[in-house]
Design a protein around this ligand. Structure first.
Ligand code: NDP
Length: 285
């Protein structure tokens, strides 16, 4: 008997799926290593999530990435949760095990930590302002607490959500919740070494989570949005250290790739593919 091996599938579960770069850099990695697989976009409304996750148990899939709004809901649909998932209460990667069981993992933590360290941004003993209290902020706070941050201020539009997050993560007096307003943040800004934007604000030109004038001299700015946001541009113009979210995105994806395929991810190829796609997108804006 002969015949072509049918390609395996892996993809992104979320809803709606807008600006994802994952298919581009994941496909580049699969192709570079000669792995017969397609990375697909799987827009999945919440009522279809159980069926979509059940499909991942088939032998023709590696698993999936998971994004908003399913990062928490998938936990009830899998067989195993890694310690990172248990700490964060959310998964961004599902891995199909050889026997068809599904393991949930979270590679955002790894991706954030690796990008931060490589860029040499301050974390150990640093006073850090994290903007946002959603899923991404959760991974950011755990990584920064692990890295030995001296103090974490979590500023969010919904103040209760920030306070709950600090509580949930057991950060105690290492963290303080503040509203996302100039009046609340101005008094502490002079002490801040690093600002991390983990809000959804930054995808459109000229929108910023805080007024750039609030950024103190000497602070570094890390924006999880993977584009050159108004916040980053303003910090860069003042000669401050900055980092956008592209390396985190690629590093979390590279770790997922490794978990699915068991192979070392071709990082340079993934980064180049993501950068090229992003540059093209920005030209078309
Ligand atoms: P969530 O929906 O879980 O959280 C969104 C956050 O943004 C909340 O803190 C929310 O505040 C805040 N927010 C939303 N709209 C506004 C607004 N109009 N004004 C002020 N605050 C607002 O999303 P995620 O945490 O998953 O993602 C956050 C960002 O991080 C996104 O831009 C996402 O693309 C990016 N991201 C990047 C990654 C990377 O690898 N680079 C990985 C993961 C995420 P409130 O609680 O008040 O609603």
């Amino acid at each position: 008997m002969s015949g072509a091996v049918s390609p395996r599938r892996v993809g992104l579960l979320g809803y709606p799926l807008g600006h994802s770069l994952s298919p581009i850099f994941q496909q580049a990695a699969l192709d570079a290593l000669g792995i017969a697989a397609r990375y697909e976009l799987w827009p999945t409304p919440p009522e279809e999530l159980p069926a979509a996750v059940a499909r991942l148990r088939q032998p023709d899939t590696f698993g999936a990435n998971v994004t908003v709004p399913h990062k928490e809901a998938v936990l009830a649909l899998v067989d195993e949760r890694t310690p990172a998932v248990q700490r964060l209460g959310a998964a961004n990667t599902l891995i199909r095990l050889p026997d068809g069981r599904l393991r949930a993992d979270n590679t955002d933590l790894d991706g954030f930590r690796r990008a931060l360290t490589e860029a040499g941004l301050p974390a150990r003993n640093a006073r850090i302002l994290v903007l946002g209290a959603g899923g991404a902020a959760r991974a950011v706070l755990v990584a920064l607490a692990d890295a030995g941050a001296r103090h974490l201020t979590v500023a969010n539009r919904n103040l209760d959500r920030a306070a709950r997050l600090i509580d949930d993560l057991g950060l105690g007096d290492r963290a303080t919740a503040e509203p996302l307003s100039a009046a609340a943040l101005e008094p502490i800004m002079g002490t801040i070494d690093l600002i991390v934007n983990a809000t959804s604000i930054g995808w459109h030109d000229n929108e910023t989570p805080i007024e750039p004038a609030l950024i103190p001299d000497g602070a570094a700015v890390y924006d999880l949005t993977y584009r050159s946001t108004a916040l980053l541009q303003s910090a860069r113009q003042r000669g401050l250290a900055t980092l956008d979210g592209l390396t985190m995105l690629v590093y979390q994806g590279a770790r997922s790739f490794e978990l699915w395929t068991g192979q070392a991810p071709p990082l340079a190829i993934m980064l180049a593919a993501a950068r090229a796609a992003l540059a093209e997108r920005e030209r078309g804006r």
